[in-house]
Design a protein around this ligand. Structure first.
Ligand code: TYM
Length: 324
């Protein structure tokens, strides 16, 4: 049987390079392999677990779908949909919450980080975040999830829920595993932590021009003189070198060790390679943006296909739990 795959991205804005390398590249690889049946959604319901703006949410969830299509996700090969349109995710999440403890959810690093970031919005929705994510995956009985390394604690929760449900109710949920890419952890351009939409100056947008990319890559903090111990900023730079100009990365590293490296040369070479890589995406995005009817069609058909699978799982669970 084909292995089922599910992944999603929140509707917090347009995608950045971290989302692209950590998640979308894996989504594409699995979509284009005949061994997998792929479902990719925009996690619009997850977006309401932290403070949000109604109009922005409405706009952003569509932008994510457009980004997906521009990146090469293909509705002929993948089911592309909006999470909120398949209410079975929410129903199953409630059933799952009966096998997940409050203490387990409170101890997740992602929960703690968000509480620190939004101390006045420590809501039940936020606490339930990983349970809804487990439901997103398991409502399709997906065994493989292309996401960045930061999502690993959430997948661990999904595996625990699958195990508990199977033990208690005799369901046949798989224990979902992460599908990793080379870019599973893209560092921030600030030289501290990971690339993230919520940290200003940390990210490159997929629609950035060469000028913008150059300016951003040049802003990565690097020591004035090459050589010696690598600072976080220098490590970040070499990470991009390995991803984008792998043939020349060794040469630049040698120059760094000898103390002859001109950082700006390396930075500009990386910027040009990133831009070159993003150009087809940017061109496709413009075309798709001008055909909103096509986007509507993709969203509508995606929801229908997703619902057909999800409703079966929910029915099965209700029966096994004595609710039907
Ligand atoms: P989100 O919206 O935070 O991030 C989207 C995806 O991008 C990856 N990512 C990164 N990868 C490498 N380096 C980075 N700096 C970087 N920043 C972000 C994330 O790992 C993620 O894959 N909980 C999910 C959304 C979700 C989901 C799901 C995912 C909801 N339900 C079901 C898979 C399956 C999230 O917050 O992603």
């Amino acid at each position: 049987m084909e292995k089922r795959v599910l992944s999603g991205i929140r509707a917090t804005g347009r995608l950045h390079l971290g989302n692209f390398l950590g998640a979308v590249m894996g989504m594409l690889e699995l979509q284009n392999s005949p061994d997998y049946e792929t479902l990719y959604m925009v996690a619009d319901v997850h977006t309401i677990t932290t403070p949000f703006n109604i109009e922005e949410l409405r706009k952003n969830r569509r932008e994510v779908i457009i980004d997906y299509l521009a990146a090469g996700l293909d509705p002929e090969k993948s089911v592309i949909f909006q999470q909120s349109e398949v209410s079975e995710h929410l129903e199953l999440a409630f059933y799952f919450s009966s096998v997940a403890t409050i203490a387990r959810m409170q101890h997740l690093p992602t929960f703690k980080e968000k509480v620190k970031q939004y101390p006045h919005h420590s809501t039940m929705a936020l606490l339930n975040y990983p349970i809804l994510m487990a439901s997103d995956i398991l409502v399709y009985k997906a065994g493989l999830v292309p996401v960045g390394i930061d999502q690993e604690p959430h997948l661990e929760v999904a595996r625990e829920i699958a195990r508990k449900m199977n033990q208690l109710y005799g369901t046949d949920f798989p224990e979902p595993k992460r599908f990793a890419t080379k870019g599973e952890y893209i560092p921030s351009l600030t030289g501290e932590g990971k690339m993230s939409k919520t940290v200003a100056g940390s990210f490159i947008n997929l629609t950035d021009s060469l000028e913008e990319i150059r300016k951003k890559i040049r802003s990565i903090p690097t020591a004035t003189h090459a050589g010696g111990e690598m600072s976080e900023g220098v490590k970040t730079l070499f990470k991009f070198a390995e991803l984008y100009i792998s043939n020349e990365a060794e040469k630049y590293k040698e120059e760094f060790n000898k103390g002859t490296l001109q950082f700006v040369t390396l930075k500009d070479a990386i910027s040009e390679a990133i831009y070159r890589d993003l150009q087809p995406f940017q061109e496709r995005r413009k075309k798709i943006e001008s055909d909103q009817k096509y986007v509507d069609k993709v969203i509508k058909e995606g929801a229908q296909k997703a619902r057909a699978i999800a409703s079966k799982t929910v029915k099965e669970v209700r029966k096994k739990m004595g609710l039907l």
